[in-house]
Design a binder for this molecule. Structure first.
Ligand code: AQP
Length: 337
């Protein structure tokens, strides 16, 4: 018998249901989460409230939320071992975000790179929600008093804010929150855009040839990889002055387990084409079984909704407990029942 859930450290992490997962979400995040399920009590959120921070249509959000749950399961998250839930189904995320927001220094929020990048991309219609997003993310994590948060490298700055807010709450009121540790993988922690290897691979990239989706057709994957930006010269090696080749090497290494040295040796003197073909084949071999499982899961939406209902029930119990503690410590009068 394994360790009971209550004795395991807790992890909380999440994806936004904005569109299908890309290879960065998989290698930097979800694949690693699947490997952690026996060692941690896991809360995997579908953070629909975060997805509202950029312009969206309600029908897409609804569809993406259920599809995100199916993708989690297809990628190896197991509802029998983990709690998969939708953020808006659990009371407490937005409430705690308000309390933490009252402690969050404005200057620190203004320095968030994701806010700066995304607000530039969205332009005039950018809402205050995008600015407040990291505080809601801190609330997502602290509501479960998570010990650790496995994420890609792009989330490091947000996690620092979550730790700072936990510390500030503890100092202002009294010891309440653990300081969550970021768990950032060594391999695949930052997969870069295929057409612009200086920027991270992202769902909202204007140039969709840059983003490899897990559930896109094989031919399209092959085409995108073959047209990925490489660097001058023809040598296969990872270095700062070769961001395109380094990114493809990182993808191949993460998918096959081969080291950079092995990859460099295998393609030495052969040029970019066979190397890119190997990358495309490795991606396709990885996504094929995931795609088949995903199609199966999407046939039974009732079963998916049941997974989300059960996940939210467990999450809610935990959230109510934490929220009551936070309200008490922050001086809110207990409600007369
Ligand atoms: N390029 C990446 N490389 C490694 N890990 C990544 N993650 C995201 N992009 C990369 C990790 O995926 C998890 C879920 O991310 P998310 O759903 O919150 O989406 P995001 O970070 O906002 O991803 P995108 O693609 O950039 O979405 P848009 O364009 O909508 O903002 C996180 O653990 C993240 O670290």
């Amino acid at each position: 018998m394994g360790t009971p859930a209550s004795e395991k450290p807790t992890i909380l992490t999440a994806c936004q249901p904005t569109s299908h997962f890309h290879l960065g979400n998989y290698l930097g995040a979800v694949r690693r989460w699947a490997d952690m399920q026996d060692d941690y009590e896991c809360f995997f959120g579908v953070v629909d409230l975060h997805a509202m921070t950029a312009p969206y249509t309600p029908a897409d959000l609804r569809r993406n939320t259920l599809e995100c749950a199916a993708q989690y399961i297809a990628c190896g998250l197991d509802p029998k071992r983990s709690n998969i839930f939708v953020q808006s189904h659990v009371t407490g995320h937005t409430e705690l975000a308000w309390i933490l927001g009252c402690l969050a220094p404005l200057g620190q929020l203004e320095r968030m790179t994701q806010f700066k990048d995304k607000s530039k991309r969205i332009g005039q219609s950018v809402g205050a929600g995008l600015f407040f997003y990291p505080v809601l993310q801190a609330a997502d994590i602290l509501l479960y008093n998570a010990d650790a948060v496995p994420v890609g490298e792009d989330q490091k700055q947000h996690l620092e804010l979550a730790r700072d807010l936990a510390q500030k709450f503890n100092n202002t009121y009294s010891e309440t929150f653990k300081l969550p540790e970021p768990l950032i993988g060594k391999k695949g922690a930052r997969i870069m855009a295929l057409q612009d290897p200086e920027s991270k691979m992202s769902k909202s990239d204007k140039n969709q040839s840059s983003t490899l989706y897990l559930f896109e057709p094989k031919e399209s994957i092959r085409k995108k990889v073959m047209s990925a930006v490489t660097d001058s010269g023809s040598e296969i090696s990872a270095s700062d002055d070769k961001p395109g080749v380094s990114n493809l090497m990182s993808i191949l290494s993460s998918l096959t387990g081969h080291s950079y040295e092995e990859i460099a040796g295998q393609f030495s003197g052969k040029g970019y084409a066979p190397f890119k073909e190997a990358v495309a084949e490795a991606v396709i071999a990885t996504v094929e079984p995931l795609q088949a499982r995903y199609q199966e899961l999407m046939k039974d939406k009732d079963a998916l909704n049941t997974v989300l209902k059960e996940g939210a029930e467990v999450a809610q119990k935990r959230a109510y407990k934490m929220l009551a503690k936070v309200y008490r410590k922050a001086g809110l009068l207990e409600r007369v029942r």
